[in-house]
Structure formats: C-alpha cells, structure tokens
Design a protein around this ligand. Structure first.
Ligand SMILES: [Zn+2]
Length: 217
C-alpha cells in the first residue's frame, strides 16, 4: 500500500555568529542542528544546506523563471551601511542609530541591486489569506502578516554587490542573490525542484511549513 505523502519542513536555521570564513563557520554550526534532532529522537528524510549544488541550481533556475515573467528589474538599493561590518541595515535594525552588530556609526549608502516586484502581489496575497483562513497559523501570526501586507508591500532588493558569499545572479555575476531568494527557495530544492519533477509534484506544496518569525524583519 502506498503511503499518502506529508511534507513537513523545519524553520531555516541561521548560522550567524562571530566572523570567520562563512563556509567554515557553517560547517561547524550545522552539526549542532543535526545532533539536536537525534537527541529529540526525531528522524528526517532529508537535510539540506544552502551551499549544496542542487540548491544553487534551484535558486538560479527560480531567478530565471521570475525574471522571464518580468517580475525582476535592476535598480538602486539605499540603506544604512556599516563599513567595518560591510553590511547594510534597515532603519528598524539600527540600535540607537548605530550598527546593531558593532555599535559604530552608520552612513546612508546606495548600490545597484536587482528587485523583485513584490508590491504587485499585495492584493493577490490579501485575497489568498482571506480565502484560506487556515493558511497561516496561529491566528496571532496570521493577523500580524495581514496587517504587514496591508501596510504596503515594497519591491524587495534581492541582490548585493558588496560581498561574494552566495549564489551569483545568472548572467550578471557581479551580483550575489540575497537571502530572500536564496534561503527560502530551499523548501523547493528539498522537494526536488527543478530537475526531479516526480518528487517535486509529489511533495509540493508542503503540508506544514515552519518559519522563523525573524524572517519578517
Ligand atoms: Zn558594524
């Protein structure tokens, strides 16, 4: 008898910590997450890292699909920048107007960036949440997200030129695809996107997907 499929994801684990080479740090942190599941006596069918080749391929493929649909354009990204940390921060992330990581002063900087036309999807998302009241749970989070979307969705900056750690934009390798398009796509990769269509059609969409609330920032 074939079992009915049920695809449940964990949240995405972040490996932010003290600066070291990014890959070296990730290699050490990832072991701790794997150990955690073992000590909880919970098994999993797959464990994906965003540094894997299958994931790089999925992100590049998704980028191309969205670009071909006309939902990606090149523009200028402007935000608060900390030079020693080589990082951009939003106004909300600043602590007393200073860098949240090192406490030094920040300055307004601009860089070229690719943008996803997220604003275009505001009404469609609100309609979807209304028609599918159980899609986001619990209700408190649902309300939080609805009021966030109603507050106005801005187009999302999805690339950076200020660092190299990450997956290059197809056809424009000065740009690295930023976290939104890279990390979140791992749910698709694990389900088999783009090459394993049989696996993908079986498991996608996920039955239960877990998020870290920090992603809303
Ligand atoms: Zn800093």
């Amino acid at each position: 008898m074939t079992k009915k499929k049920f695809y449940v994801t964990t949240p995405i684990y972040y490996v932010n910590d003290v600066p070291e080479t990014p890959k070296g740090l990730a290699d050490r942190v990832v072991v701790r997450f794997k150990d955690l599941w073992e000590s909880l006596n919970i098994s999993n069918d797959d464990f994906i890292r965003t540094t894997e080749e299958r994931h790089k391929k999925a992100v590049a493929e998704l980028f191309k699909i969205v670009q071909e649909k006309g939902d990606i354009y090149k523009g200028m990204y402007e935000d608060w920048y900390c030079t020693p940390c080589e990082s951009f921060f939003t106004e909300l992330q600043l602590v007393n107007g200073k860098c949240p990581d090192c406490g030094r002063p920040v300055e307004k900087l601009k860089e070229e960036s690719y943008f996803f036309k997220m604003s275009k999807y505001q009404d469609a998302l609100l309609k979807f949440y209304e028609e599918n009241p159980d899609f986001i749970q619990p209700v408190t989070r649902r309300n939080e997200i609805i009021s966030f979307v109603k507050g106005g969705l801005k187009d999302l900056s999805i690339s950076r030129t200020s660092f190299k750690w990450g997956i290059p934009v197809p056809g424009d390798e000065r740009h690295v695809i930023y976290v939104w398009f890279d990390a979140l796509t791992n749910y698709l990769t694990a389900a088999g996107f783009p090459d394993n269509k049989e696996r993908f059609n079986k498991y996608w969409p996920a039955d239960l997907m877990l998020y870290m609330s920090g992603l809303m920032h």
